[in-house]
Design a protein around this ligand. Structure first.
Ligand SMILES: Cc1cc2nc3c(=O)[nH]c(=O)nc-3n(C[C@H](O)[C@H](O)[C@H](O)COP(=O)(O)OP(=O)(O)OC[C@H]3O[C@@H](n4cnc5c(N)ncnc54)[C@H](O)[C@@H]3O)c2cc1C
Length: 643
């Protein structure tokens, strides 16, 4: 008997270790392989050097290197995305990624409208960039966002040919990157053959079904729908037939207000599916024409002159942080900055591209005098109503605990070996409720209008991001033993613009970040109105009898505009969506940094492809739009070089 017990325990332990190895260790060294070869630094004949392996850099490098004739080098300042297991645990994103070694941990300068608070601005310093540290929400924004981009780019010129950045065109690239895992998804709006895995939270909740005493999500979704008088829908990224008609008729402002379960970038095993997991998978990394060097920070872009005396990007200088070696590398075709909305403008400026008055302060020789570099910082503004729940409601109050991480590892390991037979034969062996740890922290989202958007026939301008738990100061504050509810409200279209400027001429130093949050009175009014609408839902049943105590923006204590504004001043954060600091614009727009092909104005062979080129921030989270931009840019580049 004892023998049997020992043998079976050994089998369980060995299987577990094997699963663990398969899931985590086996892939751990994949970037190491490309970095450790000492001869790599001598290779100088790359066609493209891409700065940053974040959302955009992962997509771009993967697509360009699909052609074996093209040699691509990616320089990434951060480490491999397999260095920290916590990265893969979607629900643990605030705990395991923010404020850790894989976060740049930026802070804005003190914000005058927020009692001089410095606002924390996380960004991923790791393969996958911010898609390796984010909340995994898959949202595309409103169709009119892209139609507006297209209008801003091409309204005053006629030289765009077939190129367009409208919703219809962007939809192609959203679909191209996507591999939606839901069986019932509308293929007119979703891709199922792409690389990036997307999962519908509703599918998981339905699978768990009545087995689980977890009723909070459905209560929240129904209460928000009733309280805000907006419908529940399955998919915020698809248009219903009547909405297609309205968009066609020029009445797109009235579509898509709704509340729904989130779609998440999470794979079938419950692991984060960052753009690196999707596009820099093992097969891609085996390509001999693609090299990715981690812990290599680009210091500046190098330029030479061509026969017409134009400045041509000819390579980059970077620091190998492991060896402390400063290395110059030449490029045959182009340098592409995909370093994100904070670092791309910084890299351009230290390389001589920016407002000449600012560059002079740091004695940086001027390559192109472009006023818009670093300007137009656009971001999403987050407030919330947060409360503690009475007995009887189960929330994710301790989702950051080690026990939950362990549950998740075991759950996803079992999924990995398709242990569904085991699940069927011994249903109690793997509690179904563990599946809840396979979705992201925010389960529910919605879009609704402020009274100002309603008055002016504008599209929705507010977003709900709801966590069945506490999301207080980036989930850094815990309430042991308590269950919570957080209904975040986001102003999606703030009017104030901030900026990025240089603190020094070294890319290793954080640049100056000024979010200019609440810099426009209307931005506050819109968010106050959003909070006030959400507070009303808390005064109705069932929310009314569920909450025992409010932590932020209580509807009983913060009622007037000034009171709600006061609450927001204390608790405001960004939703981590800085964009538009190297904005794409028409040639008539003196603040535009790149043209419609993502080419930096005033120089040759240099592009920016990342969230910084968005002409305006879309009305939704920014990861999927950034991936779509990179898909589109890759296609443009390949077409242009006739490859
Ligand atoms: C905490 C958090 C939560 C978020 N949640 C969501 C969400 O749920 N859904 C959503 O849609 N969006 C979310 N976002 C936003 C989304 O992730 C970003 O908009 C998107 O990842 C931006 O992609 P990017 O390619 O522009 O930049 P990044 O993905 O940030 O990539 C930039 C890369 O460049 C590297 N780099 C920078 N400087 C240098 C240098 N000098 N040399 C070499 N490499 C360099 C960086 O290390 C990084 O890997 C979130 C962001 C954060 C930070």
């Amino acid at each position: 008997m004892l023998k049997l017990l020992i043998t079976s325990s050994l089998i369980v332990i060995i299987s577990f270790l094997y699963l663990f190895y398969q899931q985590y260790i086996k892939v751990e060294n994949r970037f190491e392989k490309y970095h450790s070869d000492p001869t790599l630094s001598n290779i100088t004949d790359f066609d493209y050097v891409i700065i940053g392996a974040g959302t955009a850099g992962s997509v771009l490098s993967s697509r360009l290197s699909e052609n074996p004739k093209i040699k691509v080098l990616v320089l990434e300042s951060g480490v491999s995305n397999n260095d920290l297991i916590g990265i893969h645990f979607p629900l643990g994103f605030p705990k395991f990624t923010m404020n850790t070694s894989i976060d740049y941990d930026y802070k804005t300068i003190s914000q005058p409208q927020l009692r001089n608070r410095e606002i924390y601005m996380p960004r991923g310093k790791v393969i996958g960039g911010s898609s390796s540290v984010n909340a995994n929400l898959y949202i595309r924004g409103h169709p009119l966002d892209y139609n507006e981009w297209n209008y801003l780019l091409f309204n005053n010129t006629s030289k765009n040919g077939n190129l367009s950045w409208s919703y219809k065109d962007m939809l192609k690239y959203f679909k191209k990157s996507e591999k939606h895992l839901s069986k019932n998804i509308n293929r007119k709006y979703h891709g199922t053959d792409g690389k990036w895995k997307i999962k519908h939270t509703k599918d998981i909740i339905e699978e768990i079904g009545p087995l689980v005493n977890f009723n909070l999500t459905s209560v929240i979704i129904n209460s928000l729908s009733n309280g805000l008088n907006i419908p529940i829908r399955d998919d915020p990224n698809e248009l219903l037939p009547n909405e297609e008609e309205l968009l066609e008729k020029g009445e797109g402002h009235s579509i898509l207000e709704s509340v729904s379960y989130h779609h998440h970038s999470i794979d079938e095993n419950g692991r984060r599916h960052s753009l690196a997991e999707a596009f820099l998978d093992l097969e891609t990394l085996k390509r001999p024409n693609l090299q990715i060097r981690t812990e290599c920070i680009v210091k500046r872009i190098l330029f030479t002159k061509n026969g017409k005396n134009e400045n041509v990007a000819s390579g980059v200088e970077y620091l190998n942080k492991r060896t402390n070696q400063l290395i110059k590398i030449n490029v045959r075709k182009e340098v592409i900055s995909s370093a994100g909305s904070i670092a791309s403008p910084q890299i351009l400026m230290v390389s001589g591209i920016g407002d000449k008055e600012e560059l002079k302060k740091f004695n940086i020789p001027i390559i192109s005098n472009l006023k818009g570099v670093g300007k137009n910082l656009h971001d999403h503004l987050l407030g919330a109503v947060i409360g503690k729940l009475k007995e009887g409601y189960t929330s994710l109050h301790s989702y950051e605990s080690l026990w939950n991480l362990l549950q998740w590892i075991m759950q996803s390991s079992f999924n990995f070996l398709e242990f569904s037979m085991v699940r069927k034969l011994f249903p109690a062996a793997i509690p179904n409720s563990w599946k809840l740890f396979n979705v992201g922290a925010p389960h529910i989202q919605g879009f609704f209008k402020s009274k100002y958007a309603k008055e002016n026939n504008q599209p929705y301008d507010l977003q709900i991001v709801s966590v069945p738990g506490f999301f207080v100061h980036h989930a850094s504050i815990e309430y042991p033993g308590e269950n919570g509810i957080s209904i975040g409200v986001v102003n999606l279209q703030p009017k104030a613009r901030g900026y990025i400027s240089l603190r020094s001429n070294d890319t290793n130093d954080s640049p100056i970040i000024h979010g200019n949050y609440f810099g426009n009175e209307q931005d506050i009014k819109v968010l106050v109105d959003g909070i006030s609408q959400i507070q009303k839902t808390f005064l109705q049943e069932p929310f009314k009898s569920m909450v025992k105590e409010f932590i932020f923006c209580s509807p009983h204590d913060y009622k007037t505009h000034d009171e709600i504004r006061e609450c927001l001043t204390q608790m405001f954060t960004t939703l981590y969506h800085p964009t538009s600091t190297c904005k794409m614009g028409s040639e008539n727009d003196e603040m535009s940094v790149v043209d419609e092909y993502c080419k930096v104005r005033g120089v040759k062979n240099l592009r920016v492809v990342d969230a910084s080129i968005m002409p305006n921030v879309p009305r939704g989270n920014t990861n999927a739009p950034t991936a779509a931009i990179a898909e589109k840019a890759a296609e443009m580049i390949l077409n242009e070089w006739n490859l």
